[in-house]
Design a protein around this ligand. Structure first.
Ligand SMILES: NC(=O)C1=CN([C@@H]2O[C@H](COP(=O)(O)OP(=O)(O)OC[C@H]3O[C@@H](n4cnc5c(N)ncnc54)[C@H](OP(=O)(O)O)[C@@H]3O)[C@@H](O)[C@H]2O)C=CC1
Ligand SMILES: O=C([O-])CC(=O)C(=O)O
Length: 269
């Protein structure tokens, strides 16, 4: 007998709204149960076209209404969104992966209560191969991210280091360091680097370069992995969504992830 997972969406922006619409159109094994947004009235308006309306509630009211929460909100809200679900032994799908760093207690909470945190591949690619390689020995993981300026503006790292990118004419390397350092300096831009590090050799060994490139339209990530099982490199060129910092493929990754949760055939690691 098919049971349907009740899905809550925390954050109704570029990712959350598209996800709500996809759930309303139908993802097998999943039912949209509730959403949360900063501006409740505006959110209710955005959802007016849904076939089956759902309540718009505060973050703290989501847990009793759902089995799974999809976090697609500003990174600072991550603990408030996922803790109630983990404490109830439920599942949290996390897009603000950078905010998991330094919050290992969330994983402990999940472990203690039988809950689960799932980080989808999101705007990246190749995490299946990285996970497989990590079962052997990975010698190095390097990622190079190139973004148009509108995909980077507002990042705290730029202000803290007096880096102005608005008027650059040539590609400019604005950051070189580890995934952990990038997550702190670019909390709305580099979740993908943290997801890569969690799949592979961790946030302190995953090396990252970030370039601002005025010639680009797409957020571009290249990953290079050297392991005892294989060497591989891959590049993804993300078409921006309504939010220039967020690739269109991000919500599709979440939809695929939810579909997989209830699927009798699961492909990929
Ligand atoms: N892992 C990955 O590969 C990727 C991760 N991300 C991350 O995913 C997250 C979502 O991205 P995106 O959809 O583009 O972001 P948006 O900025 O488009 O949307 C964020 C949403 O969060 C809502 N929000 C803000 N404050 C609250 C609150 N207090 N309670 C409830 N909701 C709130 C906003 O509400 P309102 O509309 O009312 O203002 C908005 O709807 C971001 O952290 C982003 O960095 C993005 C791309 C890829
Ligand atoms: O890393 C992110 O959070 C988003 C990103 O780069 C992209 O969408 O390409």
């Amino acid at each position: 007998m098919e049971t349907s997972l009740r899905i809550a969406i925390a954050g109704l922006g570029a990712v959350g709204l598209k996800l709500a619409q996809a759930l309303d159109a139908g993802i097998p094994g999943c039912t949209l149960a509730a959403v949360s947004a900063r501006d409740t009235a505006a959110a209710a308006q955005r959802l007016a076209g849904l076939r089956r309306p759902v309540p718009v509630v505060g973050i703290d009211a989501l847990e009793p209404l759902a089995d799974v929460v999809v976090e697609c909100a500003p990174a600072a809200l991550l603990p408030q969104i996922v803790e109630p679900f983990l404490r109830a032994g439920k599942t949290a799908v996390v897009l603000s992966a950078g905010a998991l760093l330094g919050r290992e207690q969330l994983v402990e909470l999940a472990r203690a209560h039988g809950g689960r945190i799932i980080v989808p591949t999101g705007a990246l690619l190749g995490l299946d191969a990285v996970l497989a390689a990590a079962e052997g020995e990975i010698r190095s993981v390097r990622m190079v991210t190139r973004k148009p300026m509108r995909g980077l503006v507002g990042a705290p790292y730029l202000a803290e280091n007096n880096i102005a990118i608005e008027d650059i004419r040539e590609p400019l390397r604005i950051f070189q360091g580890t995934a952990r350092q990038a997550a702190a300096g670019f909390p709305a831009n580099l979740n993908v680097a943290v997801a890569l590090s969690l799949a592979g050799i961790g946030p302190d060994r995953t090396q990252l370069e970030i370039w601002a490139d005025p010639a680009l339209e797409r957020n571009t990530h290249r990953i290079e992995v050297d392991a005892d099982s294989a060497s591989f490199s891959m590049t993804i060129e993300n078409i921006p969504s309504e939010n220039p910092k967020t690739g269109r493929i991000t919500v599709l990754s979440v939809i695929a992830c939810l579909r997989k949760l209830g699927a009798p055939l699961r492909v990929g690691t």
